[in-house]
Ligand binder design. Sequence first.
Ligand SMILES: [Zn+2]
Ligand SMILES: [Zn+2]
Length: 181
Amino acid sequence: MAHAVNGVVAAGRGAKVSVETILVPDPGPGEALVKVQACGVCHTDLHYREGGINDEFPFLLGHEAAGVVEAVGDGVTDLAPGDFVILNWRAVCGSCRSCLRGRPQYCFNTHNASQPMTLVDGTPLSPALGIGAFAEKTLVHSGQCTKVDPRAPAEVAGLLGCGVMAGIWPTSRTCSAGATR
Ligand SMILES: [Zn+2]
Ligand SMILES: [Zn+2]
């Protein structure tokens, strides 16, 4: 069953963004459905809207978020409904050369959700940074969820998902690196 929720969509290059009803599928194998509690506004979202990242419109914006896991798909064992999580751009594989060297930020085989979120007419959305969290719910790969202390306010914890990461790993394939260089 798909969940019909509100999301902020950039329909075309430079066009004003709008709140649209989007359809978020139930999680399939390896995926997690997350109820978003907070999502920061990052300059990269503007870059997406301006067509500065790629032309894969329509985009579902938002990628610096925290929320609560609502459901997980088959095979997901390290995450459960009710977990408070930060969302990451990509899930690392854990088994490639970089991951085995302890440098997962250079992983060669990262994952996002494999099912698309869509507009109500079925048009697939491109989630910003593989997250798309300017929405009441979003679908990600389970490895994109990092459990954190639920006592942390969501609007603070979510910043770890982009602003803090971009600062710590300026040479990795981060949001800021991709957007501004
Ligand atoms: Zn960002
Ligand atoms: Zn890897």
